[in-house]
Design a protein around this ligand. Sequence first.
Ligand code: OGA
Ligand code: MN
Length: 198
Amino acid sequence: MQTNLYTKITDALVDDGYIIIQNALQPSLASSLKSYAKNETNFKPAGISGKSDLHLDATRRRDKIQWLEHDAKTQSEFLDFADGLREHLNRELYLGLSYYESHFAIYDEGNFYEKHLDSFKNFKNRVVTTVYFLNEEWTDEDGGALVVYDAKDNLLAKVEPQANTLVVFMSENFPHEVLPTKKKRYSIAGWFRIDKHD
Ligand code: OGA
Ligand code: MN
């Protein structure tokens, strides 16, 4: 089943550059990841760029994050899924992805993330983006949609951050934003990279 999912994602990246998958993983995984994030221990205000960049800009982005680590079982399960996908993408598309990094993000009521790209052309670090949602019972009125655009800024999709929905796209080609949320919103954003892990 996992292999089917990997194939589906790979084919979509080739054909369209992005994919939105509902009920992507085990629903129980989404709920245990959510339970973990709900504790909110060790979450820090997010910076705009890389992991070590401490530059904060609350006008563009207002969420708090915590990086996933392999030491907790639930996080490991998610990271193992991502690593399997990394191997599949490398085998099928020769992307040469060297590692995957991901963080939980919590958007409190009123929080948002302005339209941005996760990677800039020729910068060559983040190649494929994943966004995985953890919110049960989300409705349209709750706001907080992930809006995905194409390279010409045409709207492609408005994704409700419903638990167990997975979005995957090529990092350089798809500007996206998180609309202001009216309810506390939980997600995991991740990136397959091609630089050396430090
Ligand atoms: C990001 C991002 C979207 C989300 O962190 O770069 O676009 O829904 N996150 O958390
Ligand atoms: Mn992003």
